[in-house]
Design a protein around this ligand. Structure first.
Ligand SMILES: *Cc1c(COP(=O)(O)O)cnc(C)c1O
Length: 864
């Protein structure tokens, strides 16, 4: 029989245990081992059964069990202590409070953002709340957790997907199977936002055809940080509308667009609701994690036009100033693009948004650059136009993004495209194994491994202890891999009697290499299978074998990805090698937490430069793993020759097959000649001293860099704080700042066709200039209707190549000397020749206004 409706009945906890409810519903338990220990202590066997889910554990306890617990004074005292610890965690001033105190106050006494809204289509916080597919979601989860640790006042905004992302299993043939277990929010660590009368609060949105989309809002509590998740599965909706939030990245273009409307527009409405219900301050800054939430800007423009009477252009300035956009992918398929007709259907005609004419919306997402496609609405492009500040997620990805989007800033060199970068990081308490914390506590006398100098004394830690810790973590992974392999084979139809072999696969003493990630083609899951015989020899080497633990999900619609998985699985199924290589289905946070600590080497071989950052290798490094990776993403930035190995890339080899051959051969060579020999090179005590040196070096030098605490501080200082200040400069009664900036932009854009450099003269150096000599530059320019203080006239100098292209440029402003009739002006200035060699300079004119975050922002420049 099938139930027509299912719901979870929540336990009522007896009084001495009520704090357990709070401890279970604040997701801090997911990164706080003492809280998890407390739950485990209740009933270790049940704790395993409910897969370490505190909410499920509590509802699995009988009234008698609860009464017994309530009468156990030792236990209730431990609950009280845990609750006191949580309360202290939630209220004590942290890094952010100290940092904010040190900032200058603006004219209204504001020093730092009172609230920052963080929008993301997915959040990976714990396996208990499966609302993520991969790196983007895990990063968002780590961002919230770290903001909580640092006291940064973030509020997360996302969607609640009833079936989350899919669960992966394999069939007999090794083909990926997807299942979509339905989640019951009542059985999850979520609470529904309700009105004072107890009825659920509702967010509504208009859909085409006169339909209305209703959504409820669930709140998860991530330490200090609330996370609001919109859910369209509510009774007032028609069937199609109920399904909008059914699956993460499911459905076609229309469903995706409606999800993104709910996330962006509905998300802003959920924030207003949250403020109304709780008195929380409205966000000073809006951060969109990838382009999916971009419509949040549309809703805010709408709000300002309706409540403040601003024009579209004025509201746009106020919105842009306070918006941060992070781009996450250089892969075109990773960017959401919709047909203009679909946008018009949702934002035009009867569905027009007051204050945001659909023509203007379409312009925000138009691909108006060489190579762009007419009739397409590009969410990343809209993200860049709606956010005054934008970033990529590693230095290399910054470079790639500036190149990718340079068409939006014609006339500027790529280096000046206003997209900066903040390299991703990972949340140590989530990803670092307890044994590493215990090692630090015992030998370094601290568990604060996030301090900049935390690992400085690691050279004093006995190497025996480090090696023993790694061995234990490797053994733990081996156990986990055996358990999972057996379970997977059962699902694949094998009988238990056939599966004895799974008890002996892998070996806790063998060099363990991990590879786990989503399976888009650019990640090249099967590169290691390029020469299967050679891989076999490495696996079966009698002296220095390696073992491989592999995992990864393919998007359900990606047949190619599924074929790659099948190829991998078939190789690993071979009785000759199956004790040395496993493919573990259903890569998720729970598996990942065993995987990273257990691996000696973390392998990554993407097609450069498509890996924007990558974070799994960082998690491995924090557990003393060494990276073996293509120089892409973060590894390009922080590989230093001693913290792992760089797989040489065949950049520029056009033929993909040949490129794969070359890079795979380089990978095998590295393992054979460097990695394995070093791992098995043991001293008299059985310790691989050279290997341990690399581990120690990694922990000491890489740890502080790869932390999410470093990343979140970077976001606060480099992006959130400036965005908040820019936003404050725009608002205030009547929004004079926004009006003035919008008027300036309109004026400059109208005048720009008349702006030009007419003539440049220079003097001061002879025919053979020498370093240190001063060059006098005089420029005659036409500014049309602009006044001299509305532009910046610059001399730009640098190294010139044979075709006169300038590199390593520096710009210096010239000063206004005098004005002539007809909008003509003279500017002049001196600069010293500070470098030798081929030198060149030019003169250019740029818009100038304190409201601009960068010189290139408007995409306007008049070069000589
Ligand atoms: C860290 C992590 C990812 C992202 O790893 P990348 O190296 O960025 O591909 C994906 N899934 C899970 C479960 C993770 O823990």
């Amino acid at each position: 029989m099938k139930a027509i409706r299912r719901f979870s009945v929540r336990t009522v906890l007896p009084e001495p245990l009520t704090a357990l409810g709070e401890l279970a519903s604040n997701l801090r338990w997911s990164w706080h081992p003492p809280t998890r220990d407390l739950f485990q202590r209740i009933d270790p066997a049940k704790w395993e059964q409910v897969r370490h889910d505190p909410v499920r554990l509590l509802s699995a306890l009988s009234p008698q069990e609860l009464a017994d617990l309530a009468a156990n004074h030792e236990f209730t005292a431990a609950v009280g202590a845990a609750k006191a610890d949580l309360d202290a965690y939630l209220t004590q001033p942290q890094w952010y409070q100290a940092w904010a105190d040190g900032q200058d106050a603006d004219h209204d006494g504001r020093r730092a953002p009172a609230s920052i809204a963080y929008f993301s289509p997915e959040f990976g916080i714990t396996e208990v709340l499966p609302q993520y597919s991969g790196g983007l979601g895990i990063l968002a989860g780590d961002h919230l957790k770290t903001a909580s640790d640092l006291g940064v006042p973030i509020v997360g905004v996302g969607l609640f997907y009833k079936t989350g992302y899919f669960k992966q299993s394999l069939n007999r043939d090794g083909w990926q199977q997807e299942t979509y277990p339905v989640l019951d929010p009542d059985g999850l660590p979520l609470s529904l936002l309700r009105e004072e009368d107890g009825s659920p609060s509702v967010v509504t949105l208009a859909l085409p055809g006169g339909r209305t989309l209703h959504a409820h809002v669930w709140r998860a509590q991530v330490g200090r940080v609330p996370l609001l998740l919109l859910d369209s599965d509510v009774p007032d909706n028609d069937e199609a509308a109920r399904n909008i939030t059914n699956r993460l990245y499911g459905g076609g273009g229309e469903q995706r667009l409606q999800q993104e409307m709910l996330l962006g527009i509905g998300g802003v409405r959920a924030l207003r609701l949250w403020s109304r219900l709780t008195g929380a301050p409205a966000p000073d800054v809006y951060h969109t994690n990838e382009g999916h939430a971009g419509f949040l800007g549309v809703e805010r423009i709408h709000e300002l036009t309706q409540t403040e009477g601003l024009s579209f252009d004025e509201a746009l300035e106020a919105v842009r100033a306070a918006t941060v956009f992070t781009t996450h992918t250089p892969v075109p398929a990773g960017i959401d693009r919709f047909g203009a007709d679909l946008i018009t259907l949702h934002f035009g005609g009867d569905n027009a948004v007051a204050g945001v004419p659909v023509e203007q919306l379409l312009e925000l997402g138009a691909e108006t650059y060489p190579g762009g496609q007419p009739g397409i609405f590009n969410m990343a492009v809209m993200g860049l136009r709606l956010g005054q500040r934008a970033n990529g997620v590693s230095q290399l990805h910054g470079v790639v993004s500036r190149e990718m989007f340079d068409g939006l800033w014609p006339g500027f060199d790529d280096a000046e495209v206003p997209i900066t970068s903040i390299t991703n990081g990972v949340h140590a308490p989530t990803w670092v194994d307890r044994r590493v914390y215990e090692l630090a506590a015992k030998h370094l006398g601290t568990t604060d491994i996030e301090r900049e100098d935390a690992w400085d004394r690691i050279p004093d830690v006995p190497r025996q202890a480090i090696w023993e810790t790694k061995r234990e973590m490797r053994a733990q992974l081996v156990d986990e891999a055996r358990r999972r392999t057996k379970a997977s084979w059962k699902k694949r139809g094998a009988s238990p009697a056939e599966l004895g072999w799974t008890d002996d696969i892998l070996d806790p003493a063998v060099l363990t290499i991990g590879f786990a990630r989503r399976v888009p083609t650019y990640k090249r899951l099967t590169l290691m299978l390029r020469d299967p015989e050679r891989l076999k020899r490495l696996l079966l080497d009698p002296e220095r074998p390696i073992q491989l633990v592999i995992a990864g999900k393919s998007h359900p619609a990606d047949e190619t990805g599924k074929q790659l998985i099948q190829q991998m699985v078939r190789f690993a199924d071979d009785p000759e090698v199956r004790h040395r290589i496993v493919f573990l289905p259903n890569y998720d946070i729970a598996m990942a937490q065993h995987l990273y600590p257990g691996c000696d080497v973390w392998l990554n071989n993407p097609l450069r430069p498509f890996e924007a950052c990558g974070t799994s290798g960082m998690k491995a490094a924090l557990n003393g793993g060494l990276n073996l990776s293509i120089l892409d993403g973060w590894w390009d930035e922080w590989y230093d020759g001693e913290n792992g190995w760089a797989i040489p890339t065949a950049d520029g080899v056009e033929d993909e097959q040949r490129r794969d051959d070359i890079e795979a051969a380089a990978l095998y060579d590295l393992i054979e000649t460097q990695v394995a020999p070093r791992f098995y090179d043991r001293d008299a005590d059985g310790l691989p001293q050279n290997w341990l040196s690399m581990m120690v070096h990694t922990l000491q030098t890489l740890s502080p860099k790869v932390l999410a605490s470093r990343m979140v501080r970077d976001y606060v200082i480099k992006l959130y704080a400036p965005a908040a200040r820019a936003g404050w400069a725009m608002n205030g009664p009547g929004y004079p700042g926004a009006k003035e900036l919008a008027a300036y932009k309109e004026k400059v854009e109208a005048a720009w066709p008349q702006v030009r450099v007419d003539h440049v003269e220079s003097a001061g150096v002879g025919d053979s200039p020498q370093i240190g000599e001063t060059l006098h530059v005089r420029a005659y320019v036409s500014l049309g209707s602009l006044s001299p203080d509305e532009v910046d006239v610059q001399v730009v100098h640098g190294t010139a190549n044979e075709s006169d292209e300038l590199t390593d440029v520096e710009a210096e402003s010239l000063h206004h000397v005098e004005s002539y009739e007809g909008g003509r002006h003279q500017y002049a200035g001196d600069f010293a020749l500070s470098r030798t060699g081929s030198f060149g300079y030019t003169v250019r004119i740029l818009p100038k206004h304190p409201g601009l975050a960068s010189e290139s922002e408007l995409g306007l420049v008049a070069n000589a």
